[in-house]
Design a protein around this ligand. Sequence first.
Ligand SMILES: [Zn+2]
Length: 292
Amino acid sequence: MSRDLIGFRVVAVHAHPDDEALFTGGALSSLARRGADVLVVTCTLGEEGEVIGERYQHLVNDHADQLGGFRIHELNEALGFLGVRGEFLGGAGKYRDSGMAGSPASKNPKAFVNSGERAVDDVVAVFERERPHLVITYDPNGGYGHPDHIRAHEITHAAAKQVDIPRILWSARLRSELEAMIADQTPATWTRPEPGELDAVDTVDTWVELDDTTYAAKTAAMRAHATQIWIADGSVSNTNPHAAFATAPDPTVVTYALSNLIAQPILRREHYCVGAGLPLEHGADITSGIPR
Ligand SMILES: [Zn+2]
């Protein structure tokens, strides 16, 4: 892979540890391998998450409430696999995971959904310091409707009104490619999604092809978030010592599940839409047309 992006700066704004790998791990790894300076800004510690595997079950919010600290460790490991830098918005622990829509966690004054202008100012500070050529975040629905993802979208776009950003990309999954790669065999305790059940879009502007090295980096980064993601490739970890196996129509496609145990494919492409700034020709490189 050529080092054609030395001097090119990228910032990805994500809601929780694991989103950087799930949504954008392929693009971030690929950009970094091409020489770009890539920073992942994570807005919360993911304190309201559930936990896969028995070993760390009691870390959750209504017991030890230590999951956020644990997920810092998982995130750091994932960022290492992707070869990128990371920081928490405003410093680790400033904004708390708001939980799923309507959950009591959203009433916490520290919840990210209640961050107001403070969070916008924090993103402005990152943008002023980093001067990114390219920013990556979610669409207005946050990809799948999580309030913290929607908030990450809002503050990114609000900050971009104060600091010029050449292009903002929204991560997406193209429904046709997603549904073609749903596993045909899944572990007994997992479920196959119904058509239309997984969040996806019907059109995208472009995509990043994940070569074998990039695909492996993304999969390893996802695996590092073992309290959140279970990879059905037979691997085990200290957090989740249970091996799971799945097969997809493309034998090189790996299947994973979140704590809801719905089988999902790790696609060989990551899809993107232009959210603001310079347009892209359909299928063009995500960095194309940005003055350096
Ligand atoms: Zn998330």
